[in-house]
Write a protein that binds this ligand. Structure first.
Ligand code: GTP
Ligand code: MG
Length: 308
């Protein structure tokens, strides 16, 4: 084990610079949370499509590659790989990585809120740390009742959230995609500042989401609770080209270019109103953005004032 150099703003150093914004990625089981995060990181850092074994929440911070596990009492210990982490007695893992986006904001990957293998408490406990939430919902069954139940209980300070309707490439045509988008905007609009539809198989859609996150993180009130992480105990990680198990995760770093999807399906709500779309193709336009309503702006401004 070696001590990691760490440019993570959450550090043991009380004199450290103000911490970075934290984006928690949550949503239904298998909705694409981890796929989105790997896309933002630019490589397959986390194991996606893990069905056999559950993983605890994973908090990604900027720094040399390293991993530690935090137990339910808050004790930290080094971990060599995600494979050795037991979900039952781990509150969350902290994984440091030099990806560019982590220099601007931290990301918290969470188990699916509807995952039958993991209690809801496992992801809900991470809400306290989050400054904003990206909620992934699969376009083929977007905004289920279980999602609405979660959001009706969401703390007010996190109603600055973004919804990403994933699997847009599974939509058969533009008309169906727009129908889903309109319905979700109507039914879930009150909970989200922005609603985007995207195929996570497309670099362009990932780039659009990354741009959106960088933009919102610039003025984001840091309302999440504090947490000091002692990186001196983190286990340094060596990337290997091959993995002995698909749960190795960060040891399983075969660089994978994002696959191409059939359809690019990020569109703006403005497009929906103003631009008739050719029935057979999707526009390669900016993400769907629901205008932030004035009340939300007031809450955000109030929070910013109270934090300063
Ligand atoms: N076609 C398509 N497949 C996607 C998309 N997003 C995710 N997937 C696939 O959906 C599966 C589940 O993705 P994950 O990223 O593991 O989903 P998750 O939300 O992290 O799942 P849990 O952590 O198990 O709840 C994987 O096989 C992904 O490759 C998308 O936009 N389009
Ligand atoms: Mg996942």
């Amino acid at each position: 084990m070696r001590t990691l150099t760490n440019d993570n703003a959450i550090s043991n150093d009380a004199q450290a610079t103000p911490r970075k914004p934290r984006v928690m990625v949550a949503g239904e089981f298998s909705s694409g949370k981890t796929k989105l995060i790997n896309g933002l990181l630019g490589e397959t850092v986390l194991p996606s499509n893990v069905t056999a074994t559950a993983l605890p929440p994973i908090w990604l911070v900027s720094g040399d590659k390293g991993l530690l596990a935090v137990d339910l009492e808050g004790n930290q210990r080094p971990a060599a790989s995600l494979q050795e982490v037991c979900v039952d007695d781990t509150s969350y893992c902290v994984l440091s990585h030099p990806a560019a986006c982590l220099k601007q904001f931290e990301i918290i990957d969470t188990p699916g809120n509807s995952d039958p293998n993991i209690p809801a408490e496992s992801w809900e406990r991470m809400l306290d740390f989050a400054d904003t939430v990206v909620w992934c919902s699969n376009a083929t069954q977007a905004w289920r009742q279980s999602e609405k139940s979660v959001w009706t209980e969401m703390p007010e300070r996190l109603l600055n959230a973004t919804m990403v309707i994933t699997h847009a490439d599974r939509m058969t045509d533009a008309t169906s995609a727009h129908r889903v988008l309109r319905r979700v905007t109507r039914e879930a609009g009150e909970f989200f500042d922005e609603i985007m539809m995207a195929s996570l198989m497309l670099d362009a859609d990932i780039a659009r989401i990354a741009h959106h996150l960088k933009t919102i993180c610039k003025g984001l009130p840091l309302s999440g609770g504090d947490r000091k992480i002692d990186f001196a105990v983190a286990q340094a990680i060596t990337y290997s080209a091959r993995s002995s198990s698909r749960l190795d995760g960060i040891d399983d770093l075969v660089k994978q270019p994002l696959e191409g999807g059939r359809v690019s399906a990020s569109v703006t709500s403005k497009d929906l109103v103003a631009t008739p779309l050719p029935a057979a193709s999707m526009p390669d336009a900016a993400a769907i953005v629901k205008p932030i309503d004035a009340a939300r702006r007031r809450v955000a401004a109030k929070m910013a004032r109270s934090m300063s």
